[in-house]
Ligand binder design. Structure first.
Ligand code: SF4
Ligand code: SF4
Length: 458
């Protein structure tokens, strides 16, 4: 059996239980997997989980990663005990790191002091400035949460805790890349940003149940349903060829990444880390990307529920992808099981021909299988819903990625690319200054200057 030296396991100590009710959160419906449960990880399971996780790692470092639902609902003592168990079971010389993904609303001074003391990396879920964040991230009474999130973030900043931001992209924010990026960078002080597309698949049964019409759209049919929370729907599964109208479109996703990239590349290389850009550079440079979505195979990012049930992936916490329970079967056996290996290899094996011959496959790898539900131009199923966006983005950054990869090969800093941009921007400004209204625009768009950069305000 091929045992990986390390793997990533997201543990959900409260299962799907959360103090908020974000309307796009597919995970809320996972409560239906465990009817009658209190959704709290028991103490003996906590110790067993940490012991098994440490034993299963042959690498000198192990990451204990908490997620939800909202893990902070467990209370601080739970996490104090988890640190004590990690200290008890770690091998001499082994380094244990901690991460937690939280909506931030329950954090206070005491939480922040604890995170600082144990060097937790805290992921804060925030979707941009107030209106964009509050569009879907609401509490159980439907009230906005923006102020509470910023308050929680304030405690982390006061205590000097390491944090990053996780921003989902959806109908309310995906057309505003620069605004979102600058808000996260300047108002939230986020130097590590992660963007995740919201793609809510639904099928005809869902649509009939909701009693709403659907609209044909490309690349996937979009439901115009005023979807409410997933909590009251049957168990959410990765099925269906429609998406909700909250979902980001492929083109929006590509344009968003390009918009953030154009801002970042001129002033923030080496200062602000945007996960997607790091991943892309690794792929251009021929190194492991560190992100399953843009790796050839996956299967080393699993999820564990509050009762020890393990699933193939956080996005596939559904009966078909149940691997077993760590109280009955050792964790390492579940991680290395044939079912899990198959799950990971399927990511490559199921690629449609369109992807196999794609010029940016080395960077894309077909994206996540959960999003492969549209058909290719020649009618083969299994193309990623985001394909159009991926192409927009990967082509947009191709030249720069080559430059940065070359700089790395020469032992130089990728940040030197900013000098290239400064020189190019200066040349463009000089060309714009002397262009006549009816001349072709110096930017190369093919339009007349007066209809392009010569328009006032550009
Ligand atoms: S299914 Fe998607 S999210 Fe899950 S491990 Fe594979 S690539 Fe990653
Ligand atoms: S860009 Fe599109 S065609 Fe190319 S690998 Fe990605 S999903 Fe496949």
């Amino acid at each position: 059996m091929n045992t990986p030296p390390a793997f990533h396991l997201l543990a959900k100590p409260t299962g799907a239980a959360c103090n908020l009710d974000c309307s796009y959160c597919f995970f809320l419906s996972k409560e239906m997997l465990y009817p009658g449960s209190r959704f709290r990880m028991a103490d003996e399971l906590l110790e067993s989980y940490i012991r098994q996780l440490i034993e299963a790692h042959r690498a000198p470092e192990v990451m204990i990663a908490w997620q939800g639902g909202e893990p902070a609902l467990m209370g601080l003592d739970f996490f104090r005990r988890s640190v004590a168990y990690a200290e008890k079971h770690r091998r001499p010389g082994m380094r244990v790191t901690y991460t937690i993904q939280t909506n931030g609303t329950l954090l206070d001074d005491e939480w922040a002091a604890f995170f600082k003391e144990h060097q937790f990396l805290v992921g804060i879920s925030i979707d941009g400035p107030r209106a964009m964040h509050d569009a879907y991230r609401v509490d159980k009474g439907g009230q906005p949460t923006f102020d509470r999130v910023l308050r929680g973030l304030g405690f982390l900043r006061q205590h000097g805790v390491d944090y990053n931001t996780l921003t989902t992209l959806h109908h309310a924010n995906a057309d505003h890349p620069v605004e979102v990026y600058r808000f996260l960078r300047d108002e939230c002080g986020s130097n590590y940003q992660q963007y995740i597309p919201i793609i809510e698949r639904v099928d005809e049964e869902d649509i009939a149940r909701a009693g709403v019409p659907v609209r044909e759209a490309s690349p996937a049919p979009v439901s115009t349903a005023p979807w409410s929370s997933w909590r009251d729907r049957p168990l959410y599964t990765q099925e269906g060829t429609y998406v909700t109208d909250r979902s980001v479109t492929a083109a929006q996703f590509g344009r968003f990444l390009n918009g953030v990239y154009d801002e970042w590349v001129r002033r923030d290389i080496g200062r602000v880390y945007v996960q997607m850009f790091d991943v892309a550079l690794a792929n251009w440079h021929g190194e492991p990307s560190g992100l399953c979505v843009h790796s050839k195979t996956c299967g080393l990012a699993l999820a564990m529920e509050h009762n020890g049930d393990m699933y193939s992936c956080d996005h596939f916490v559904e009966p078909r992808y149940y691997l077993g329970n760590i109280q009955e079967t050792p964790m390492i056996e579940l991680v290395t099981s044939p079912a899990q290996r198959r799950f990971g290899e399927d990511k490559f094996d199921s690629l449609p021909r369109h992807c196999r011959t794609c010029e940016v496959r080395f960077a894309c790898h077909g994206g996540c299988p959960k999003d492969r539900f549209i058909t290719t131009p020649d009618g083969e199923p299994g193309l990623n819903y985001l394909c159009e966006g991926y192409k927009l983005f990967f082509h947009h950054i191709d030249r720069d990625m080559r430059i940065m990869s070359n700089l790395l090969r020469q032992g130089r800093a990728p940040a030197e690319l900013m000098q290239v941009y400064a020189a190019e921007d200066a040349r463009s400004q000089a060309a714009f200054a002397t262009a006549g209204r009816n001349d072709p625009c110096p930017c190369g768009s093919g339009k007349k200057f007066k209809h392009c950069h010569g328009r006032s305000g550009i």
